[in-house]
Design a protein around this ligand. Structure first.
Ligand code: GLN
Length: 488
């Protein structure tokens, strides 16, 4: 079955004109999602109430009661580290395999209030640590463009489900690239908002000073609609900006008012040839749109990977200390003492990648090494923040690749963790500096796999990113290509 509705904007129009009702749309997508997910495995759990909820939403719309929301009746999914009341939230870990939170995340709550239709919870790397979704305890997810390739990670289930049109949009979380990298591998648009834009209340913490929830959809316009619904102050997250902002697409937006930073080819070593070609072409599109282009280099780029992995692992080791089999999480069966119970529960409950991060984090926080690693990394993080403040004095937007390569084959990346860490070079700077960044489809490689590039901007300039990509998408059609790995 092939839906004619690609984006939320399309379907809204059709609903307004009564061409399709919420239950009809839900029915079509339930059939599609249930069928395609047999080969993709994007969902870890699906809601049994999808159709019933659709009927309720339709009633609300018919009764009106002043209820108006652009997301009403739109099928969507949540990464499985975003808490949902009484609905399994596993973080793709054995540790939380039966966990049903007693509350919902603010972002989930807001989507519910906006009338969006929750289809289910999506696969991810265990506790969001990884870049392929292969560290999930519940098995791998495949890339809808080619089923023998990974969808990326850690929000791989979210990206795959959106790309395969099982849902219209998803929420992911991005600590070091986990929204943007899978968005690039799956040919969709994904935004990591400025740190402090979306409440982290109810997001299971990986690294609290980096984590940010954001939208993944098939266009920048759709991302804007979703971000508008989930952003804004929340007294349960003290790191949020107090001021309210709007992320609407602005019909009067004039891209030629802005300056684009461009990285010369010599600075993009080891990037797959097809990606650097697409990079040049994309810069040309922006040039044709009358943007002024200025050459820049990535400031302090040799620091990103070590600093990110030292700090994020340190924070992870503290955040994950609560899963000890007593207060939270999987409990091993052992007759021994408390210490034995905790050790066995943690050894059996966590997978290898998570254990590696806990060990690294504990090491850099230990009394002897604290100054040499953790403290030094904190100082250098400040330097990176300042370097980006300087850069965004000179340009408004920075164009850079999202990844070095297109989606790798299943089973290839996971074998070498250090190579996997290195592959995060282009995404982690936005998290280190708390800046917004968006990945959007810009072309294809010789195998037909999608290529995504990123735009980054100064703190709080999320609306600029969304508007710039919207203009790009009005002038190109990479974002409207249909994932061809699925049998339709
Ligand atoms: N690949 C990065 C990591 O493994 C990104 C994780 C993320 O953004 N959640 O830490």
């Amino acid at each position: 079955m092939k839906s004619t509705y690609r984006t939320i904007a399309d379907i809204q129009e059709a609903m307004k004109n009564k061409k399709v009702s919420v239950p009809e749309l839900a029915q079509e997508y339930i059939i599609k999602a249930d069928k395609w997910d047999q080969s993709l495995h994007a969902f870890l759990s699906v809601s049994d109430e999808r159709l019933m909820d659709a009927v309720k939403i339709q009633k609300c719309l018919d009764g009106r009661n002043g209820f108006h929301s652009p997301l009403a009746g739109i099928p969507y999914g949540l990464k499985d580290n975003i808490s949902t009341l009484n609905m399994r939230t596993t973080c793709a870990s054995k540790m939380l395999k039966d966990y049903r939170p007693p509350y919902s995340a603010t972002a989930a709550e807001r989507l519910k209030r906006a009338g969006a239709l929750l289809f289910g919870k999506l696969n991810m790397d265990e506790f969001a640590m990884g870049a392929t979704t292969e560290t999930s305890y519940f098995g791998i997810t495949k890339n809808p463009w080619n089923l023998s390739h990974v969808p990326g990670g850690s929000s791989g289930g979210s990206a795959a489900a959106v790309a395969a049109e099982e849902i219209f949009f998803a929420l992911g979380s991005d600590t070091g690239g986990s929204i943007r990298q899978p968005a690039a591998y799956c040919g969709i648009t994904g935004l990591k908002p400025t740190y402090g834009t979306v409440s982290r209340y109810g997001l299971v913490a990986f690294s609290s000073s980096f984590d940010q929830i954001g939208p993944m959809a098939r266009s920048a316009e759709d991302c804007a609609l979703v971000l508008n619904a989930i952003a804004g102050p929340d007294k349960r997250d003290m790191t949020l900006f107090p001021k309210n902002s709007s992320f609407q697409i602005d019909p009067d937006f004039n891209i030629s008012d802005y300056k684009l930073g461009y990285i010369p080819e010599s600075d993009l070593e080891n990037v797959q040839t097809a990606i650097s070609e697409v990079y040049q072409d994309t810069a040309k599109v922006f040039e044709h749109l009358h943007m002024q282009i200025s050459c820049c280099s990535l400031p302090l780029s040799n620091l990103y990977i070590p600093i990110y992995y030292i700090l994020s692992s340190a924070e992870a080791s503290a955040n994950l200390a609560r899963y000890n089999g007593i207060r939270y999480g999987f409990q091993a069966e052992t007759e021994e003492n408390f210490e034995e119970l905790m050790t066995t529960s943690r050894s059996l409950g966590f997978g290898n990648e998570v254990k590696r991060r806990i060990l690294l984090g504990t090491f850099v926080l230990s009394e002897v090494y604290y100054h040499a690693y953790y403290f030094k990394a904190q100082m250098l993080r400040r330097k990176i923040i300042r370097a980006y403040e300087d850069l965004f004095e000179k340009v408004d937007l920075l164009l850079l690749p999202t990844t070095f390569t297109t989606a790798p084959k299943l089973g290839t990346t996971i074998q070498n963790p250090v190579d996997m860490y290195r592959s995060d070079l282009f995404t982690v700077a936005a998290n280190l500096a708390g800046l917004p960044a968006i990945s959007f489809p810009c072309g294809f490689d010789e195998k037909g796999l999608p290529i995504g590039l990123q735009l980054m901007a100064a703190r709080g300039m999320d609306h600029l990113l969304l508007n710039a990509v919207h203009i790009f998408q009005k002038n190109t059609d990479y974002h409207s290509m249909i994932a061809k790995g699925m049998q339709r």
